[in-house]
Design a protein around this ligand. Structure first.
Ligand code: ADP
Ligand code: MG
Length: 266
């Protein structure tokens, strides 16, 4: 099976801080893979490095359908079909959703009639019909914003979709709806990487594989049984099975004195 995304020995740092320490991961076309990991394990950094955010220096290899992305700019990666849904979608007052999709779609060279057809079809699939004339994300609930992100991605013909914490901050009904929207994005032409802190969204999804990220590495990969282990015993269960030490609590590392110290390292 061809891989939509093939990551090997991916390392990333900011200044002298190493964040990703050799990530290996393959997502075949047609599959949905989840990455779970505790806070600070490097999940969002992985998203940023995949999409090409310039704050990070990255090495290793990221192949999108066999083509190397390392060293290419953000917009080129997006044009090749690597699309990300944001953890905190921004509100863009004054810019209508449909207007925006027409603008972005035509910039990508999608013919006008094809674009119109796609916007209508995706609006139906993701129940976004009522939002097309409204400003992007303006006054939308958390779940509606996430649906809007997936609607926008689906119009733009994705090959690899990265969903960062698509479920955080949502109530359980919204989590279920977002999971359904992820299943709608699934197609034989797309590989989906869903990043989450909580296992509950996995109850509503047919994830093909679950990967656990800790301290900048994928430490374990598996199927439903791994999701269950996480659901029952949390990250601690995985740590103790693999013999990984829990990170020291931040308070023990940085002792802030409110009168003389800054609470954060500069
Ligand atoms: P997660 O999404 O899993 O919670 P992140 O990828 O956001 O984790 O962060 C991983 C680690 O890298 C954290 O310790 C975070 O503070 C650090 N980090 C991420 N981005 C930067 C940055 N731009 N500058 C300094 N440290 C960063
Ligand atoms: Mg994050």
């Amino acid at each position: 099976m061809t891989n939509a995304l093939a990551i090997s020995d991916l390392r990333a740092s900011v200044g002298s801080i190493d964040i990703l320490k050799g990530v290996d991961l393959q997502v075949p076309f047609g599959e949905v893979h989840a990455i779970m990991g505790p806070n600070g394990s490097g999940k969002s950094t992985l998203c940023h490095v995949l999409t090409g955010k310039s704050d990070y220096s990255a090495s290793g290899s990221i192949l999108l359908d066999g083509e190397e992305l390392i060293g290419t700019p953000v917009d080129e990666r997006a044009r090749k079909g690597l699309l990300q849904a944001f953890q905190y979608p921004v509100e863009v007052p004054g810019v209508g959703l449909e207007e925006f999709m027409v603008e972005v779609g035509s910039a990508r060279g999608i013919p006008a009639d094809e674009l119109e057809r796609r916007v209508a079809a995706s609006a139906e699939t993701f129940s976004m019909g009522n939002f097309l004339d409204r400003a992007i994300n303006d006054e939308l609930s958390g779940g509606e914003k996430k649906r809007s992100e997936m609607f926008q991605i689906s119009v733009l013909d994705p090959r690899v979709v990265v969903l960062d914490e698509i479920d955080s901050g949502l109530d359980i009904d919204a989590v279920r709806q977002v999971a359904e929207a992820v299943e709608e994005l699934r197609s034989p032409e797309v590989g989906i990487l869903l990043i989450t802190h909580y296992s509950r969204i996995l109850r509503y999804l047919n994830t093909d594989k679950v990967h656990v990220m800790m301290n900048g590495r994928i430490v374990d990969s598996g199927g439903a049984e791994l999701a269950e282990e996480l659901e029952d015993g949390g990250y601690e269960a995985v740590r103790s099975r693999l013999g990984i030490d829990a990170p020291r609590p931040a308070a023990a590392v940085v002792k802030a004195d409110p009168f003389s110290d800054l609470p954060f390292e500069n």
